[in-house]
Design a protein around this ligand. Structure first.
Ligand code: THU
Length: 149
């Protein structure tokens, strides 16, 4: 497992820019590249892939999360995203949720306002823990189920 001092921002940024160069964005002409380092040290990345049915286009973060899962899973510790000029881009709201699901606690994001944690860019996030907490309660009374762990 890597620690904060092992985060290789140069490699993450390079991967994001390389991914941006592969974007399929003929409708918006707004290529995006996203990249992140995983808690085992590897780097995953993705680009946006648009569609003639505009609404079903995929953000770069979708491809990144797919690459993460396909290459062995793990938790993301550091993330960046760039636009067609190579400038830092904020992940859209939906993609913050996508990233939250796969984030290590305290995951760092390079943002337009500097380094931020996943909790800062998606405060009070809804995530897997909420589902777990619900499954342990009786919806009628709100009390913890007897015998539930
Ligand atoms: N886009 C991303 O890939 N990620 C984001 O977080 C923001 C938006 C893409 C979607 C679309 O292909 C293009 O940028 C313009 O919205």
């Amino acid at each position: 497992m890597i620690t904060v001092s092992d985060i290789n921002w140069d490699a993450i940024r390079a991967a994001a820019n390389e991914a941006m160069g592969k974007a399929y964005a003929p409708y918006s002409n707004f290529p995006v590249g996203a990249a992140a380092q995983v808690d085992d040290g590897r780097i995953v990345s993705g680009c946006n892939v648009e569609n003639a049915s505009y609404g079903v286009g995929l953000c770069a973060e979708c491809a990144l999360v797919s690459a993460l899962t396909m290459s062995g899973g793990g938790k993301l510790v550091a993330f960046t995203c760039v636009d067609g000029h190579g400038d830092v881009l904020m992940p859209c709201g939906r993609c913050r949720q996508l990233l939250f699901e796969h984030s290590a606690p305290g995951m760092m994001l390079e943002t337009v306002s500097g380094m931020r944690t996943i909790d800062q860019v998606l405060p009070d996030a809804f995530g897997p823990r909420e589902l777990d907490a619900y499954s342990l309660t009786d919806p009628a009374s709100g009390t913890t189920c007897e015998g539930c762990e």
